[in-house]
Ligand binder design. Structure first.
Ligand SMILES: [Zn+2]
Length: 180
């Protein structure tokens, strides 16, 4: 497909979105007017098969989603989470890894080049000597959960006793989310 065809595909998709006359269109108007109140924060991988809103059957305004390859955390992600928990009053943070994660595989096979290395280094830090892909994925999620618990256990703007921080792994074939 040529580049202008790709752009057209995006434009046509957006037109369909604008023209929708269903519950999502209603929600669009409602959340634009009244603001967002996402009930959960989801840290997920950028993998195109891992779309939290679809996985959790959620609509506009329900999930505050941070997506980055390998669902790793750095300061930008922590800032986003702090905003949602502190200002939008989301009370659940979920770190969602997934089966067949390319970032985890890249880390296990020695790490990536260029900017990718920032991601694979973080994953390697999390997985240590583990080389089983699924267990490595779980350890990567557990590592992010530990960081969140450390950073948000005593926070002046977040009622930490009300905040739940959890990890899970999404099966890209079955669609199941397995909570850790
Ligand atoms: Zn992934």
């Amino acid at each position: 497909m040529k580049q202008n065809e790709l752009r057209q595909r995006l434009e046509q998709g957006n037109l369909r979105w604008q023209r929708r006359q269903d519950s999502q269109a209603e929600l669009r108007r409602e959340t634009a007017e009244k603001g967002q109140r996402p009930y959960a924060i989801v840290v997920a991988c950028s993998d195109s098969r891992v779309i939290p809103e679809q996985i959790f059957d959620a609509g506009l305004g329900e999930l505050f989603v941070i997506r980055v390859a390998g669902n790793v955390l750095d300061r930008h992600q922590l800032g986003s989470i702090e905003y949602a928990a502190g200002h939008l009053h989301s009370r659940l943070i979920l770190v969602l890894g997934h089966t067949g994660c390319g970032a985890v595989s890249a880390a296990l096979s020695g790490g990536g080049d260029g900017f990718i290395q920032y991601i694979t280094d973080e994953i390697l830090l999390a997985v240590g000597q583990e080389r089983d892909p699924l267990r490595a994925c779980e350890k990567n999620v557990e590592h992010a959960v530990e960081i969140l618990k450390r950073e948000f256990s005593e926070h002046p703007e977040i009622p930490t006793e009300e905040l739940e921080i959890r990890g899970a792994v999404y099966d890209i074939a079955e669609g199941e989310v397995r909570w850790l």
